[in-house]
Design a protein around this ligand. Structure first.
Ligand SMILES: NC(=O)C1=CN([C@@H]2O[C@H](COP(=O)(O)OP(=O)(O)OC[C@H]3O[C@@H](n4cnc5c(N)ncnc54)[C@H](OP(=O)(O)O)[C@@H]3O)[C@@H](O)[C@H]2O)C=CC1
Ligand SMILES: CC(=O)N[C@@H](CCC(=O)OP(=O)(O)O)C(=O)O
Length: 343
């Protein structure tokens, strides 16, 4: 059995990792950390885990984690970069759900994240954990930088168009909506039901920290820098990301439906919907799937892609487990086979 540790087990992505890993046939969760709840039982805070997890929360310190085979960081940005090196030195693989190792240029990372990087020497080694792009590198990796939730939905939606060079990569638009769990479990006025409920708004139009991450990923597949306008929105739902993506076709379009179906034919966790469909976040809630629909309205030169994920699963913890499966040579879908909750 693989011994897994979770740093940050009381947050939304931490408890989602627990939900998946306690049922994973090849994993034994051996440590879950929290500073605030150290010493109390995990199933006291999360009674849904009664009978599945007998652990108490431990402090997030090396002495508690050193017998793990893999450690997940479900912590705020700026945490994993302080502990990753020590864990790697102990032969422990690290899967970071935060943004610490996602951006390859440390100066760019420091600009967007407003802090000094504590382990810049590890950035090169970190593999960006989007299996649909980097599967072979992930299999060899010791350190994974899991993509952000917005970047996962946006990159999977644009990928087939950029790989096939059928759109103008300078004029990409990503209009993306997130549920409130994307902001995490910490108390914040903007996440209160009375603030976010019955309302809908864009934010960070001038520049969101996922912009450089998405640009970096798309530039890799396009082979050149891309021009991207990315506008995130907050919607009054709990889970889910809905990305509406726009791009201008170069000339007469190929069969876009066939292009997407072919690109994702072998991908267990990307589902291209039948032509004319409208992707709906409820159909991926609780599952590790990205569902995609591709449209060319009125046969014009604009392609519209609809891409939906559950931010806590394919956008975070499910994708992290998909990466772990690849790193340990397990079946890629182990522990992840589940159908979305409906309604
Ligand atoms: N929510 C989402 O949809 C997504 C989140 N992410 C990323 O995943 C990470 C976790 O997000 P989320 O679960 O929402 O966050 P939460 O705020 O819900 O949880 C954060 C967790 O980290 C622990 N923690 C906080 N500070 C530290 C620290 N300095 N050292 C050790 N542990 C700490 C907290 O427990 P305690 O304070 O008790 O130690 C808590 O368990 C973030 O980097 C986020 O950006 C990525 C994709 C999607
Ligand atoms: C709705 C909401 O607030 N979303 C968060 C992003 C989600 C997230 O957790 O960021 P990472 O994927 O980089 O870890 C935000 O905009 O700050």
């Amino acid at each position: 059995m693989i011994r897994a540790g979770i740093v940050g087990g009381t947050g939304y992505t931490g408890v989602e990792l627990l939900r998946i890993l306690v049922l994973h046939p090849q994993v034994d969760v051996s440590v879950v950390t929290s500073r605030a709840d150290a010493g109390s039982r995990v199933d006291k805070l999360y009674p849904s885990l009664r009978g599945y997890c007998d652990l108490q929360f431990s402090p997030p310190e090396l002495e508690y984690l050193q017998d793990c085979d893999v450690v997940f960081f479900a912590t705020p940005n700026g945490t994993a970069m302080l502990m990753a090196e020590a864990l790697l030195e102990h032969g422990i693989k690290v899967i970071d759900l935060s943004a610490d190792f996602r951006i390859k240029d440390p100066a760019e990372w420091e600009k967007w994240y407003g802090m000094q990087h504590a382990s810049p020497e590890l950035i090169d080694e970190a593999v960006y954990g989007l299996p649909e792009v980097n599967r072979e590198q992930i299999k060899q990796a010791r350190l994974i930088a899991c993509p952000g939730c917005y970047p996962t939905a946006v990159q999977l939606g644009f990928l087939p168009l950029l790989e096939a060079s059928v759109v103008d990569a300078n004029g990409l638009v990503a209009d993306v909506k997130s549920g409130v769990s994307g902001a995490g479990r910490k108390a914040e006025i903007s996440s209160l039901m009375s603030e976010a409920g019955e309302s809908f708004k864009a934010y960070a139009v001038a520049g969101h920290r996922h912009l450089p991450e998405i640009r970096q990923g798309l530039a890799r597949v396009a082979g050149n820098a891309v021009g991207l306008t990315f506008v995130p929105h907050l919607t009054p739902m709990i889970r889910g990301i809905h990305a509406t993506l726009y791009a201008r076709l170069h000339g007469r379009a190929a069969d876009l439906q066939a292009l997407f179906e072919e690109r994702y034919r072998e991908e267990r966790f990307v589902d291209v919907l039948p032509a004319g469909s409208h992707a709906d976040t409820r159909n991926v809630r609780g599952s590790n799937r990205c569902q995609i629909a591709v449209h060319q309205p009125q046969g014009g030169d604009t392609v519209v892609v609809l891409s939906v994920i559950d931010n806590l699963v394919k956008g975070a913890s499910g994708q992290a487990v998909q990466n772990m499966n690849l790193m340990f040579g397990l079946a890629e879908a182990a522990g992840l086979e589940t159908v979305a909750l409906y309604p």
